[in-house]
Design a protein around this ligand. Structure first.
Ligand code: HSE
Length: 316
């Protein structure tokens, strides 16, 4: 009996400067896997769902509410629409990512499930077709479709959501040498709530400033100007409104900057914070500081990561 195991990595969306427009996949430098795994194998009945992993207790109890179940239903509907036949299968979700963490936890489950289902059926859907389904499922959880976790989680690297001319996203050249210190404090922030608290309108001045920051950031990526890119990582759209949801964020952000972080911000919709370090020594100092100042309980953790350029992959 063949068993397929697909790993989907954590991701950090927004990068402060690109709300709903930028996201990068990340992996710990110690080689540990920070992400979810979906396993698919043959089965005697049409469909069985199993769950495992440390964070499985946080998932909805009814299987129908589990996002990987919904991924299976959506995939089956789309496959039938094009005349394909859905195989009998058992799907197991290993939920290793904390929910509501700002590290793309729901994206990990959705992406791993859809990539596994597509591979198990000999790849009937293209990358962009799968990505469109991933965005739809992400939208069911967070209240509106956004691709800035699912796209990097699936494809790896830093992705810019172009959403035009047949491409949902396109990769940007990035700074692989940066160390990403990611601190999850151990409390949950729902993405839907963190989106609901944002203002309905913004001032013209904020829009002009944010456009300058994002444009300059993308320019800096293409021209390999790491210092300019880091300086441009500022957020006038979400951070000023979301920081109240995070423990002591303003003070900790300043503390990280004082320790030499190139950029500091909220990962996705939080509560994970990221701090970018130019080298391992600075990264380790940031870890020690964040452990003391930002972690709230023993569910919290800190990882030193780098950009994951591989994205979702099969585990052999
Ligand atoms: N761009 C999304 C948001 C990411 O900030 O709401 C959610 O992780």
């Amino acid at each position: 009996m063949s068993v397929l195991r697909i790993y989907a990595p954590a991701s950090s969306a927004n990068l402060s400067v690109g709300f709903d427009s930028l996201g990068t996949a990340i992996s710990p430098i110690d080689g540990s896997l920070l992400g979810d795994v979906v396993q698919i194998e043959d089965c005697d009945v049409p469909f069985e769902l199993d769950t495992a992993g440390y964070f499985v207790r946080k998932l909805p109890k009814e299987p129908q509410k589990n996002i990987v179940y919904q991924a299976y239903v959506l995939f089956s509907e789309r496959l039938k629409l094009r005349g394909g036949k859905v195989k009998n299968l058992r799907l197991t979700l290993e939920k290793n990512m904390p929910i509501g963490s700002g590290l793309g936890s729901s994206a990990c489950s959705i992406v791993a499930a859809l990539v596994a289902l597509n591979k198990f059926h000999d790849e009937p859907f293209s990358k962009m077709e799968l990505l469109e389904m991933m965005g739809e499922l992400e939208g069911r959880i967070s209240g509106s479709i956004h691709y800035d976790n699912v796209a990097p989680c699936y494809l790896g690297g830093l992705q810019l959501m172009t959403q035009s001319l047949g491409n949902i996203c396109q990769p940007l050249p990035f700074f692989d040498e940066w160390y990403w210190v990611l601190a999850y404090p151990g409390i949950e922030v729902s993405t839907a709530e963190a989106r609901a608290i944002l203002p309905k309108t913004y001032t013209r001045q904020d829009m002009i400033s944010q456009a300058r920051l994002l444009g300059s950031f993308v320019h800096a990526c293409h021209t390999h100007q790491d210092v300019l890119a880091a300086v441009m990582m500022k957020d006038l759209i979400a951070e000023p409104y979301r920081e109240a949801l995070l423990p002591n964020f303003a003070e900790v952000r300043q503390g990280c900057k004082d320790l030499g972080a190139l950029a500091v911000g909220i990962s996705g919709s939080g509560p994970t914070m990221f701090a970018i370090a130019p080298d391992l020594e600075h990264a380790q100092k940031l870890v020690a500081y964040l452990e003391k100042e930002y972690i709230q309980n023993n569910e919290g953790f800190i990882h030193i990561c780098r950009v994951d350029n591989d994205g979702t992959r099969e585990l052999k």
